[in-house]
Structures are given as C-alpha cells and as structure tokens.
Design a protein around this ligand. Structure first.
Ligand code: LMR
Length: 400
C-alpha cells in the first residue's frame, strides 16, 4: 500500500528542536523555535495561567464546544485586537471563531479564501521573508502565493520604499498578510508613521489586510501598543482579518488556542461568514478544544487576572530585550568588527542576525548551537548563562 511513500523533509523550525534534543553535548543551546524560556532556560507557565487553572478546575464538563468555540474567549480576543471600545464589536460586524492557535487561524482563513474568492482575487501576498509555515499553510489550501519586499539585507531593517512600491503595483483588491508586530523571522517592524502610510496605500488600492497577530504583548511588553498597526487600519476604515495566537503571549503553546476574525460589512454578512468559517473547520477537526480557551477567557475576563497577565507578559518582553542588549554588548566586547546594532533595533522574539546558512551550520557542528539556517536567533532561548558562549561562537564563525 504505502511503498511509494518517502520520508517527508524535516520541518524547517521544529526539525531544529528534534536535532537539538538528539544532541548529547552539555553545552548545547536551542535558539531555534520561538518558545519562551526563563533565565535558567526552562519553559515557563505563567502565574495567571496557574491561577486560572485553579479557578476552573472541576468547574466545567467535557461536552463539545459549539462549532465556533468558546464565545467569551472570542469576545475577549476581539477586544484585545480591535480595542475594548470597538464599534465593530458593538455592531457585531466581526465574524470570529476559536481556532487551533495562529496556525489554525491562518489555515481556516486560507481555505475560506479558496472557497469564496473569484480566481482573479485568489492569491496572498507575503512579506519577504515570512514565517516558513505561512508558505506551507497557503500551499496546502491551494492559494497562489506572491511576495512583497520587506527586509533590507544591507541595513538589516525595513525596505520601506520597495515595500510601498509592491503594495502600489499589486493588482487592486489584493490580499496581503501583514505581521501586526514582532515580525517573524526578522524582528523588523514598520514605525507608526510607516504603518499610517501603508494603510493609506492599502486604501488607495482597495487591498485587504490579513494580520498575523502571534506576538501581541511580546514586542513592546504592552498588548495595546503592539496592536497599533491594527488600530491604524481600523481608524482608516479597512475591513481587516486577524489570526490571533495565545501560544507566545500566554505561554499556552501546546494548548492550541487562537482566534480567527474577519471584519464584514454588517451583522448579516458576519453571520454568513462565521457560518462558512465553521464549515471549513467541521470536516477538519469538528470543533476546538475546551481547556485552553477556558484559561484564556478566565484570564482576560477578570480584571485582576488580566493585570497579572499584563505584568507577566511585560516581564517576558523585558527579559528578551535585556538579552538583546547583552548579546550585542558581548559581541562588541569580543572586538567583532561587524555591526551588531540590529540586534537591539529589531524587536520581539527573533533576531535576524545576518549569518549565512554555512555560518549557522558551523555554529551547530562546532558549538552545538541550534537555530534555523536563515540566521534567525530565538532571543527567547538566550539566557544570562549562555549569552557569553553564544556571542563567542557567533564571533568565531563570522570573523573572516
Ligand atoms: C516559530 O516561528 O518558531 C514559532 O512560531 C513556532 C512554530 O510553530 O513554528
């Protein structure tokens, strides 16, 4: 039956974790997957999550959730992304469902595009580069992919001019995927002023912005600030979509909690769109899981727990920002002739170091340091204990 099945290639990101786990070296360091660690390198369960679990323990049954998911979790998620006082929420203009984290939200949206867009509009524009899994998701959903300029290798910052050119030149009414904050993999975000210009250009071209919101709170430490791009688009009256994830900002990685939302013209359209999003999910996994969504709704629905979360998410963001400074300072102290300014200019979980695939291979082979071959360092895996070792290894492989 399965004689023609060849082993699949290793996943670009999760394959790095597999290789790391198989390594016996005591020096090994995993800065591959974007998963937060404390300063001892240990996975973290937030105190707000523990407290929410204590409160809900034994208080709910194991019945199926409705196809759309946990209604309170969805409502709280919309407030988080669209703003507490959003008229769109009040007017019930947003079609939204609970999803299997951000990946699930992207996949449902991609399949929805495939079902309902006429061939002329059936495409998605990704920033170059983007999260490797975006390509896999939209490929499996049979949505053609295009790319727009984003990262500028020389400055290791944003190629704003080229990006604006691509937005302008794309066929009118194109769908663009935008990273709301903490761009993955580059850590490069537009400034507020640049977001305003992007939004205006979208308006002129009638484009649709689909925001991947995987790191709200983990860029600046403040979820409201990290929603700035979304809010600018909303102020300008765009009908946007959002894929939200609680993997990183609440540390609920394995719980797979997220939310997909699509802004509609009116309540009637939102009801229709929601019913179709549910139809996409039904033959895939029927309905979403109970526990993680209950944790999220308990935290966001209680002012005290929400405050605790806000403090904890800021703590995570601040530790990452501190590690950026430490990595840069260590490299400079070692006398590296290269500029490492971008380590502290970039934001969020990732630093796009500029290292070549060959340099990354050397880091892995000679120093047992694991990361994706595009040179992306997960700053969330850097600690006071390994930053010196990491800096020294980077210095060794990047000196000519
Ligand atoms: C990452 O980019 O490392 C994370 O988003 C984890 C994943 O699912 O790829």
């Amino acid at each position: 039956w399965w004689r023609n099945v060849e082993p699949a290639p290793k996943d670009y990101i999760l394959g790095v974790t597999e290789a790391f786990l198989a390594d016996r070296s005591p020096d090994k360091v995993n800065v591959g997957v974007g998963a937060y660690r404390d300063d001892k390198g240990k996975p973290v369960v937030l105190e707000c999550v523990r407290e929410a679990e204590r409160r809900i323990m034994g208080s709910f049954n194991m019945e199926y959730l409705p196809m759309g998911g946990n209604a309170t979790m969805i409502e709280e998620s919309l407030k988080l992304a669209y703003g507490e006082k959003s008229d769109l929420i009040k007017d019930k203009r947003i079609a939204a469902i609970q999803t299997l984290s951000g990946t699930g939200a992207c996949r449902i949206f991609a399949d929805f595009q495939n079902r309902f867009l006429i061939p002329d509009h059936l495409q998605i524009y990704f920033p170059a580069p983007t999260w490797s899994t975006h390509h896999c998701i939209w490929k499996d959903a049979h949505v053609p992919q295009r790319s727009y300029h984003y990262y500028h290798p020389e400055s290791k910052g944003l190629d704003f001019g080229a990006m604006m050119g691509d937005i302008k030149n794309a066929p009118k009414g194109s769908i663009f995927l935008l990273h709301a904050c903490a761009h993955n993999p580059t850590g490069v975000d537009p400034t507020e002023e640049q977001w305003r210009e992007i939004s205006q250009q979208f308006k002129m071209n009638g484009h649709f912005a689909f925001f991947d919101v995987a790191y709200q709170g983990l860029a600046s430490g403040n979820p409201e600030k990290d929603a700035k791009a979304i809010r600018i688009f909303l102020e300008d009256g765009h009908p946007i979509g959002c894929a939200q994830s609680y993997a990183k900002n609440m540390g609920l990685y394995g719980q797979r909690v997220g939310c997909l939302s699509v802004v509609c013209e009116d309540e009637k359209q939102a009801v229709a769109v929601k019913s179709q999003l549910q139809q996409v999910a039904r033959p895939m996994y029927s309905n979403p899981p109970v526990h993680g969504a209950l944790v999220v709704s308990t935290i966001l629905g209680d002012p005290n727990l929400k405050n605790l979360w806000l403090g904890e998410v800021k703590g995570m963001a601040d530790r990452i920002i501190g590690m950026r400074t430490a990595l840069r300072e260590n490299l400079e102290k070692l006398g590296s002739p290269l500029s490492w300014e971008h380590i502290t200019n970039q934001i969020g979980m990732f630093c796009y170091s500029g290292m070549t695939p060959e340099q990354v291979d050397r880091l892995t082979k000679e120093y047992h340091i694991y990361m994706t071959r595009n040179g992306r360092i997960s700053m969330a895996g850097v600690t006071t204990g390994n930053v010196g070792y990491l800096a020294n290894a980077i210095h060794e492989v990047t000196r000519s």
